[in-house]
Design a protein around this ligand. Structure first.
Ligand SMILES: *Cc1c(COP(=O)(O)O)cnc(C)c1O
Length: 393
């Protein structure tokens, strides 16, 4: 006898609950900020991707309001019909300039940019090589493409080399996160760029967590490693993280961008972002470029957190980015730790499988230029107390 839809779903939900993997959505009642109001409680948040503290910046808000007065809210249609506004166009030019590339193309979300770019570039008869810890949107993009989908061990260049050597695919695309979203470590981009030369492969980097934060001018991982467009022809970035806004883009050559406009379905068949979102992002980009002190402060906080955590004996990942996970292992224990931290006034999210591999549940601590040193010190203290409490339980 077949189960009804309701019965089937209820079973699946119960199973997820029993695994301590049930996901919930805390309700936020204030702007994004280290001082956040959530479920009626004031907490100090260390879980947002608003790395530079721009999501609630007065200049970004003002740009958004002014553009809404001028352009209204909805963009009305896709970019190819009548939704491509002046604000979108100017933002694309400024992003191209920021990343030092000929052109940039806006997408509505990072998820769509990844699906769109990968699927416009490869298909059946090709092969795509992805780090095992790549963001879900990149893995989905590779699977959807119909190309032979190969995953290599995290940051293992030798493993990737073996896979490339054995491949007889027509086109080979290597795709990685620049900064791994749940781990905070960087991909070995210079070595990967070297491999692409050796094997006539193409390299795409998703720099969702590097742009704005890494590199002397905030231009991200490629600036950090001094890599040019020839070495990394396809650069993807998101605008909802360090830029404090919403949306995403791909930057590269004139030919790449024109190809995406013609062939990237998640670009073509969707409504353009509201023009006011593009205007707000332009204001955020100006702040990223003009206020390097935000990046410096963030880097200082990263150093302070790591030094403090190490002296307290907490197990850290080798990360230079704003993402500083503390590996816990067990799912239920990770949940108990976040609960103990919440009681001490701190909000940190427990990241569990399937978002991360089995047995590597973690507290994903993220730092922001909006945090103070005192808040970081307070977190370290609360971490130690919470650890003791949970261990003793
Ligand atoms: C957040 C993220 C995305 C998705 O971007 P959205 O704009 O939130 O859809 C893609 N890749 C990575 C590495 C991310 O962290």
């Amino acid at each position: 006898m077949s189960l009804s839809l309701e019965q089937t779903l209820r079973q699946r939900l119960a199973e997820r609950q029993s695994l301590n993997r049930y996901r919930e959505r805390p309700i936020v009642q204030s702007p994004q900020s280290p001082d956040i109001r959530v479920n009626g409680q004031r907490l100090t948040a260390f879980c947002s991707n608003d790395y530079l503290g721009l999501a609630n910046h007065p200049k970004v808000i003002e740009a958004f309001q002014q553009a809404a007065n001028r352009y209204g809210v909805g963009s009305g249609a896709s970019h190819l019909v009548c939704g491509h506004s002046d604000e979108h166009h100017k933002l694309e030019k400024e992003l191209a300039d920021f990343t030092g590339r000929e052109r940039a193309l806006l997408f509505s979300t990072g998820y769509m940019a990844n699906l769109g770019a990968v699927n416009a570039l490869i298909g059946r008869g090709d092969a795509v090589f992805e780090d095992r810890l790549n963001h879900a949107s990149l893995l989905d993009a590779g699977l959807l493409s119909g190309a032979r989908f190969q995953r290599f061990r995290h940051n293992d260049v030798a493993h990737l080399r073996e896979q490339l050597q054995a491949s007889d695919a027509r086109h080979k695309l290597i795709v990685v996160d620049g900064v791994f979203s749940m781990d905070g470590d960087l991909a070995p981009l210079p070595e990967l760029a070297q491999l692409t030369q050796e094997f006539d492969a193409w390299l795409m980097v998703d720099d969702a967590h590097g742009l704005g934060c890494l590199g002397a001018t905030g231009a991200g991982c490629l600036e950090h490693f001094c890599l040019n467009e020839e070495q990394v022809p396809i650069l993807m970035g998101t605008l909802g993280k360090a830029f404090g806004s919403f949306g995403a883009f791909v930057a590269g050559s004139e030919t790449l961008i024109e190809s995406l406009i013609q062939f990237a379905r998640p670009y073509i068949y969707t409504t353009a972002l509201p023009p006011a979102v593009a205007a707000a992002t332009r204001a955020a980009l100006r702040l990223v470029r003009e206020e390097g002190e935000r990046r410096e402060h963030l880097q200082n906080l990263v150093q302070r957190f790591r030094a403090g955590a190490q002296s307290l004996g907490l197990e850290l990942w080798p990360s230079v980015s704003a993402i500083q996970p503390i590996i816990v292992g067990d799912d239920a224990r990770a949940l108990r730790l976040t609960e103990a931290l919440r009681r001490r006034g701190f909000w940190i999210s427990a990241i569990r499988p399937p978002t991360v591999p089995e047995g590597t549940a973690r507290l994903r601590v993220t730092l922001s230029a909006a945090h103070t040193e005192a808040q970081v010190d307070g977190l370290l203290e609360a971490l130690v107390e919470s650890w003791r409490e949970v261990e003793g339980a």
